[in-house]
Design a protein around this ligand. Structure first.
Ligand SMILES: Nc1ncnc2c1ncn2[C@@H]1O[C@H](COP(=O)(O)OP(=O)(O)O)[C@@H](O)[C@H]1O
Ligand SMILES: NC(=O)OP(=O)(O)O
Length: 314
């Protein structure tokens, strides 16, 4: 039986410590190679989605550096669209190379410019939480604050300071119905990159808004709307842990919604990193009754063969 999977790629799938185009393309080549077991499996229809936090933040800084009346800086919604194109291009290159290298059929590789609808009254617009762009030390932070007094910055998981922007929850994917006929085991389709371009619905159609949507929440929405059998969130760890990074840490394997809710109450998952993934996975399970798994790219074969990873079930 054919299984339809929406696969969300984490930051480490695209960006290493070198933000050049060459290095990001290289990282995606490795990612495409790691996805080969899924691509090779004719019983799997894969839909890929990915983040854009570092890329969209960097792009906005480049826009501002060149800002002039003849060459104005683009707003965030447009910058998200630009990063969808940027990363979609790199993914196309990487998938094509991986297919050739593995002597597989040259199936079409498609990346869809995707709009994600958010609620104009989402409280997230009042409270920026989504980290984007580079990390700053104390000195860099002071310089950035002086240059951009309206921006908000937060400390990001002990790694330095980053700009944060609003991150409203996705309510709908505009292109969801159009994407469905593209999904098959012989097309590699990427959608809703960077969480999708944030838009609100208006009388006239849609209007772009200043936000960056969390890609794990948009992945859950895509998975729900394309009626996926599984949501697969790929990040840097094979499993979600309780007591993470403590001597008594314990990996979670198959976990029920009720157990996961209790762990959230205990504060087991870090806000801004693992918590949104767990919440997005749980949203998919709640809405569909189907499982969601959080694991790593490195563990993909073991997930396919032995169902390993942290699997959340109703
Ligand atoms: N309880 C936890 N279990 C596992 N990993 C956790 C936990 N809490 C925080 N983390 C961290 O969250 C990271 C995943 O979040 P992040 O790096 O933001 O994701 P992304 O892969 O989307 O870029 C893991 O690599 C791990 O370091
Ligand atoms: N849009 C988004 O969630 O990007 P990152 O996963 O790169 O932060």
């Amino acid at each position: 039986m054919v299984r339809r999977m929406v696969v969300a790629l984490g930051g480490n799938a695209i960006l290493t410590d070198d933000p050049t185009a060459k290095a990001q393309e290289k990282a995606l080549e490795t990612t495409a190679e790691q996805l080969i077991p899924l691509i090779r499996n004719n019983d799997v229809e894969m839909v890929v989605t990915h983040g854009n936090g570092p890329q969209v933040g960097n792009l906005l800084l480049q826009q501002l550096a060149a800002d002039s009346p003849k060459n104005p800086a683009m707003p965030i919604d447009t910058a998200v669209a630009m990063t969808q194109g940027q990363i979609g291009f790199w993914m196309g290159q990487a998938f094509t190379r991986a297919l050739i290298k593995n002597k597989m059929e040259r199936v079409p590789v498609i990346s869809v410019v995707t709009r994600t609808v958010v609620d104009k009254d989402d409280s997230a617009f009042e409270k920026p939480t989504k980290p984007i762009g580079p990390f700053y030390d104390e000195k860099g932070l002071a310089e950035m604050k002086a240059q951009y007094p309206d921006w908000t910055f937060v400390e990001d998981s002990g790694r330095g300071y980053r700009r944060v922007v609003p991150s409203p929850k996705p309510t709908r994917i505009v292109e969801a119905e159009a994407i469905k006929p593209l999904i098959s085991s012989s097309v590699l389709v990427t959608v809703s990159g960077g969480g999708g371009i944030p838009v609100i619905e208006t009388q006239e159609g849609y209007e772009g808004v200043e936000a960056v949507i969390d890609k794990d929440f948009s992945a859950a929405k895509v998975a729900e709307l394309v009626e996926a059998d599984n949501l697969l969130i790929l990040t840097a760890v094979d499993n979600v842990f309780v007591n993470f990074n403590k001597p008594n840490q314990k990996k979670l394997e198959t976990v029920t919604m009720a157990e996961m809710k209790a762990y959230i109450k205990e504060g087991q998952f870090a806000a801004g990193s693992m918590l949104p993934k767990v919440e997005a996975a749980m949203e998919f399970v709640t809405r569909t009754g189907r499982p969601a798994t959080i694991t790593s790219l490195e563990n993909l074969e073991d997930f396919l063969n032995n169902d390993s990873g942290t699997k959340i079930i109703p």
